[in-house]
Design a protein around this ligand. Structure first.
Ligand code: SF4
Ligand code: SF4
Length: 70
């Protein structure tokens, strides 16, 4: 299970790209995309994302609900 970026929330700031120790994140059309093959699930990207756009697949639904609270 790799990191997953919620497209609607990503602002393309590239903080996660620079934070990833394994170069698993790339910018594609101004949006960050995680390569699941490279992701080592360290959560560094999640820590630096100001938009809360990064989550992990198995808690994606939970995260969506949490977003409702601002
Ligand atoms: S840190 Fe967050 S908002 Fe910035 S590019 Fe990465 S996913 Fe998008
Ligand atoms: S969890 Fe770690 S390895 Fe995976 S994309 Fe985020 S920073 Fe990179």
């Amino acid at each position: 299970m790799s990191a997953f970026i919620l497209e609607k929330l990503c602002r393309g700031c590239q903080r996660c790209v620079h934070a990833c120790p394994n170069q698993a994140i790339q910018m594609v059309a101004h949006m960050a995309v995680v390569d699941p093959e490279k992701c080592v699930e360290c959560e560094e990207c999640m820590e630096v994302c100001m938009q809360g756009a990064i989550t992990f697949r198995d808690d994606r639904e939970e995260k969506k609900e949490a977003l409702g609270h601002g």
